[in-house]
Design a protein around this ligand. Structure first.
Ligand code: 0L1
Ligand code: MG
Length: 265
């Protein structure tokens, strides 16, 4: 992967994204000023953001794959999957109210999450290796939040913005991957009691384990591996749904149980 940004540019863009993320305001997409920005540049900015957060005491809990379903790619007009990092500051439990004041324009997605028992490394990681390395899977809701005006961006900008990572919630019933057929798991997403999205896990690259393998292979491009004990979200099964204070969200998964979250001011 070739880069065009110098170290100063990377730090400058990272500070711009960090400000928007931590103070919840929207900014123009980064490629408006840096139209030549490549995917490799974007990961340099994301990696700098991760370095800063870890230095500030955030703990890396895992990774997410983004844009891994056709529904998501069509919704966002972007055709290549991405990765983003997850920290303890983004984790929420089912019983807490998620504050919208800390976010710009949040949306929710239903995802199958994997928790790893063994480390995984690319560049040639396969779905079979992912299944062998998985401790269990569980249902999750990801709250994404683009920091770009109008939730509009291109691939380089969204990667630099940590693939819109904001919050995540795991729940339901942890299951052994060998006891269920992952790709045929159905999910229904309800907002305030109404069904707003539904789909099957096969929407995620044919099988969510493929998305985790892809994530591991992307990580290897910047010399990272996936440690044992990682929480990995494999990508939204359906299009993302906007949320506002007062909204109640339930994602009901076949075989995995349900996850519910509530949004407040
Ligand atoms: O989790 C995701 O699929 C988000 C990836 C970035 C694109 C978006 O914000 O929808
Ligand atoms: Mg997602």
């Amino acid at each position: 992967m070739s880069t065009t940004l110098n170290r100063e540019d990377v730090v400058r863009l990272c500070e711009r994204v960090e400000g928007a993320q931590t103070r919840a305001y929207s900014i123009p997409k980064l490629t408006d000023e840096y139209p030549e920005m490549s995917i490799a540049d974007a990961y340099l900015v994301q990696n700098e953001l991760r370095r800063r957060f870890l230095q500030q005491g955030h703990r890396l809990t895992g990774w997410k794959a983004g844009l891994t379903s056709k529904a998501k790619m069509e919704q966002m007009g972007v055709a290549v999957p991405t990765v983003g990092f997850l920290t303890d500051k983004m984790a929420r439990s089912e019983n807490t109210v998620i504050s919208v004041a800390d976010l710009v324009h949040p949306r929710v997605e239903c995802e199958v999450a994997f928790v790893t028992r063994y480390p995984l490394a690319g560049p040639n990681c396969t779905a079979e290796q992912v299944l062998e390395a998985t401790d269990y899977v569980l249902p999750a809701i990801e709250v994404i939040d683009s920091r770009f005006h109008g939730f509009k961006f291109d691939l380089a900008s969204v990667i630099a913005d940590n693939s819109s990572s904001a919050r995540y919630v795991g729940g339901g019933r942890p299951r052994n991957v060998h006891d269920i057929e992952l790709r045929s798991i159905g999910v229904v997403l309800e907002k305030n009691g109404e069904i707003v999205q539904m789909g099957a896990a096969a929407e995620v690259l044919g099988d969510p384990a493929e998305a985790v393998a892809l994530l591991v292979n992307i990580l290897s491009e910047f010399n990272e591996t996936l440690p044992a004990g990682s929480f990995v979200m494999s990508g939204g099964i359906t299009a993302a749904v906007a949320v506002a204070p007062g909204d109640n969200i339930i994602a009901r998964y076949q075989h995995l149980g349900s996850v519910s979250i509530r949004f407040g001011e």
